[in-house]
Ligand binder design. Structure first.
Ligand SMILES: C[S@@+](CC[C@H](N)C(=O)[O-])C[C@H]1O[C@@H](n2cnc3c(N)ncnc32)[C@H](O)[C@@H]1O
Length: 254
C-alpha cells in the first residue's frame, strides 16, 4: 500500500478546491501546447481542469487509490479519452520517450523524494519523457530558515472541511532538521460521526527541502538547464521571503 492510499478521499476533498496554481499551469500549457505530464498527479486536482481545457494529459502516481479517484473524476467530467493514468514510482516508472511538451511536479510533491539518488532518478524519468524542446516545472515550498528552527512537533489545527457531508478536522505536526533538510510530518484527520466518536486517519512522512542553488545543480546533473526561478504563481521574482520556489528548466540534449 502506498502512503496516500488510506487518506486518498480525504486528500481529494481537502484539496479539490485549491486552484491557486491552475492559472500558472494553464498559461504554461498554452505556451507549450501539450501533451502534458502531471507527475505525482494525486487525485487529479490539476490534471482534470487541464484536460477540461482540451489538453491530452498523462498523470503518474504511486498511489492506486489516488489514481482511482482521478479516473472517476475524468469519467465524470467527460474527459477520460484525453487522460492516461500510469501507476508507478516516478523514480523508475516507464513513460513514453520524448512525448510531452510540458512536464510538471506540482505543489511540494517533489519533496517526497528524500534522497538525492531518488531526486536524480525522478528527474531522469522526466528528462526521458520530455520532447527536445519541452519544459519542466518543479514547484517547491521555499524553505524558511526561521520557521524551520521553530518547528517543534506541536500538533496544531490546520483546517476543517467536509467529506460526504461529514465534518473533517485536520491536525498537523512537523519537526524539522536543518542539517538533513528533512521535515517529519504528521497529518491527522478526524472525521466527525453524528452519534459516534470521530474516526481517525493518520499518515506520517518526510519532506526533503531543496534550496535554490541545490536545485540548479540537481537539474544540471540530470541534464536540464535552469531557465527561470519564480517566487509565486504570478511569476514574481524569487526572493528569500517568497512562498514558492518554482523552477522552469529545459532538457539539454547532446
Ligand atoms: C501532496 S500529493 C500532490 C498531488 C498532486 N500533485 C496535487 O497537486 O494535488 C503528493 C502525491 O505524490 C505521490 N507520490 C509520492 N511519491 C511518489 C513517487 N515516488 N512516485 C510517484 N508518485 C509519488 C503521492 O502518492 C501523492 O499522490
Amino acid at each position: 500500500m502506498s502512503l496516500y492510499d488510506p487518506i486518498a478521499r480525504l486528500y481529494d476533498a481537502e484539496t479539490r478546491s485549491y486552484l491557486d496554481d491552475l492559472g500558472f499551469y494553464l498559461e504554461m500549457a498554452r505556451r507549450t501546447g501539450g501533451p502534458l505530464l502531471d507527475a505525482m498527479c494525486g487525485s487529479g486536482r490539476l490534471l482534470i481542469p487541464l484536460a477540461e481545457q482540451g489538453y491530452a494529459v498523462t498523470g503518474c502516481d504511486l498511489s492506486p487509490a489516488m489514481l482511482e479517484l482521478a479516473q472517476a473524476r475524468a469519467a465524470a467530467a467527460g474527459v477520460a479519452p484525453q487522460v492516461t493514468l500510469v501507476a508507478g514510482d516516478l523514480c523508475r516508472v516507464s513513460l513514453p520517450e520524448q512525448q510531452f511538451s510540458l512536464a510538471f511536479v506540482a505543489i511540494n510533491s517533489f519533496m517526497h523524494l528524500e534522497r538525492t539518488r531518488d531526486q536524480l532518478a525522478a528527474l531522469a524519468t522526466l528528462h526521458h519523457a520530455l520532447q527536445a524542446d519541452g519544459v519542466l516545472i518543479l514547484d517547491l515550498l521555499n524553505p524558511d530558515p526561521i520557521t524551520i528552527v521553530q518547528d517543534d512537533n506541536r500538533l496544531l489545527v490546520d483546517k476543517t472541511f467536509t467529506l460526504d457531508g461529514q465534518q473533517v478536522l485536520k491536525l498537523v505536526a512537523s519537526s524539522s532538521d536543518p542539517a538533513s533538510q528533512i521535515s517529519q510530518m504528521t497529518y491527522i484527520y478526524d472525521v466527525q460521526g453524528e452519534h459516534a466518536p470521530p474516526r481517525r486517519s493518520l499518515i506520517q512522512f518526510a519532506l526533503r527541502w531543496v534550496h535554490r542553488y541545490e536545485l540548479e545543480h540537481l537539474l544540471h546533473r540530470a541534464g536540464f538547464a535552469l531557465r527561470a526561478v519564480y517566487g509565486s504563481y504570478d511569476l514574481d521574482e524569487y526572493t528569500s521571503t517568497s512562498e514558492r520556489l518554482i523552477a522552469l528548466a529545459v532538457p539539454q540534449r547532446s
